[in-house]
Design a protein around this ligand. Sequence first.
Ligand code: NAP
Length: 287
Amino acid sequence: MTAQLIDGRAVAAAVLDRVLQATLQRTERGLRAPALATVLVGNDPASEVYVRNKRLACDKVGIRSIPVHFDADVTQEKLLTRVDMLNADPLIDGVLVQLPLPRHIDATRVIERIRADKDVDGFHPYNLGRLAQRMPTLRPCTPLGVIELLKSVGEPFKRRHAVVVGASNHVGRPMALELLLTGATTTVCHRFTYDLAEEVSRADIVVVAVGRPGLIHGDWIKAGATVIDVGMNRLADGRLVGDCEFERARERAAFITPVPGGVGTMTVAMLMQNTLQAAETADTPIS
Ligand code: NAP
């Protein structure tokens, strides 16, 4: 068997098109375009690229992008004050603070300061709590993008066994909550898992998000499984690879995401969808 590739770029393009059509309809109805504030602290090259890509995506889908940039030595109080101002601005729907933040800033405090209904990254404890309680509001972008990819290949979820490898707050844990919500029987593996090979080999759906190239051996993949590789690792020769041995896994799986071209583009697409959702929620008067 050779797995069918899941084309993340095509699925992301479809999501972006849906968002564009919805923003156009908003402006036709006399509503303002959704607006996203992107807060960047310092000059980390990777963060600069991520933020630039988010702003470019905004331009593509008719979302107004408001760049906010602080020097790396900004004080925590100054950053929190700016978050408060963005929270209070009725013309801004989404507030995104690019992570990681410099070490002298408490990232948890900053994330918890963002108003939950403007938290388009879906990292605020309120939004994660709502996801855990099966009443999702704004949902973390990467796990939501993975669900979109799985739906694109007709994944039935119910009666299927999903194994998530990696248990971070931003990817692995919300990924498990999303899979539970679909009805998949869900196992989470982490660095203390006794026999990772055994767990992975029982999975109909494998989602790996660790950041270690080759962690998941291709031979562990159950025949006919679906493999979603969230990992992004830059090798010494410059190649970008995931966490799963791609070529061998491809011989066993039914569907597999490539790296690059799989999950990566979905994260930004879901951020655009979340910003639209935040704007539409803000339109609804609270009775
Ligand atoms: P992270 O915060 O470093 O979390 C990695 C997780 O893997 C942690 O829960 C860690 O356990 C666990 N882990 C470490 N070694 C393990 C092992 N041997 N077996 C099983 N689990 C193990 O990273 P992240 O933010 O979740 O990101 C994970 C990967 O996804 C990275 O490569 C990142 O670049 C990529 N990523 C991609 C996108 C995208 O858009 N494509 C978005 C986000 C992240 P502990 O909690 O015990 O440390």
